[in-house]
Design a protein around this ligand. Structure first.
Ligand SMILES: N[C@@H](CCC(=O)N[C@@H](CS)C(=O)NCC(=O)O)C(=O)O
Length: 210
């Protein structure tokens, strides 16, 4: 078999989700290795000493260890839905920077010793910007899903899941609809495969599933 890229991934990690979505939409085949973050395999640390997931190791040894770079690499090879045409850098940067900051402090107030309501309010203010966009078009980049949707959605999903009752009552009807369309999509279901943590010597597992 031709050598394939190796993707170190963690099912519940939003950064790994966005990478898997981009690999899947273009049907870019790789070998997937599920990582348990509390017991990272030595092979992952050797490939990328910072050892965050996702990491994509190409057959020529190149290592791509940032989720957005993996998305762009995958879509640069195969982008049947034209996701790269709908990539809003500013929106993704706002998601990865301030929104993620507030999300963590809303979700884990004990860990961060933070005021969860203050961070929930700050997150809500940022989601209001998305709501405004989604009132005008079904996706963040217009009529069809694109890189922005796939990059941002896993984080909004976490925010929504932190207190679903509160989220359901928030003034975000278009965002809720967008979220449920994405979460219910065949693409997302395909990206959420359940795998046991990988260890050296395991038979390779194909992603997308063969
Ligand atoms: N900037 C990185 C962030 C990746 C990241 O922080 N992933 C988390 C899991 S969601 C991680 O691997 N954390 C390392 C750890 O928990 O040890 C990216 O975009 O890929």
């Amino acid at each position: 078999m031709t050598p394939r890229p190796i993707l170190y991934s963690f099912r519940r990690c939003p950064y790994a989700m966005r990478a898997r979505l981009a690999l899947l939409v273009g049907d870019t085949g790789c070998e997937i290795r599920e990582v348990k973050l509390s017991a990272k395999p030595a092979e992952l640390v050797a490939a990328s000493p910072k050892a965050t997931v996702p990491v994509l190791q190409l057959p020529d040894g190149t290592v791509i260890d940032q989720s957005l770079a993996i998305m762009r690499w995958a879509l640069g090879r195969s982008d049947p839905e034209g996701w790269l045409d709908r990539a809003d850098e500013a929106l993704v940067a706002a998601n990865d920077g301030p929104f993620k900051h507030h999300l963590d402090r809303y979700k884990y107030p004990e860990r961060y010793r933070s005021d969860r309501e203050e961070h929930r309010a700050a997150g809500l203010a940022m989601l209001a910007v998305l709501e405004e966009r989604l009132a005008a078009a079904p996706y963040l980049g217009g009529e069809a899903r694109g890189l922005t949707d796939a990059a941002v959605f896993p984080f909004v999903r976490q925010f929504a899941g932190t207190d679903p009752g509160w989220f359901d009552a928030a003034p975000l009807p278009h965002l809720r609809d967008w979220l449920s369309r994405q979460a219910g999509s065949a693409l997302f279901q395909g990206a959420m495969v359940r795998l046991a943590p990988w260890k050296a010597g395991d038979p390779p597992i194909s992603f997308p599933a063969a």
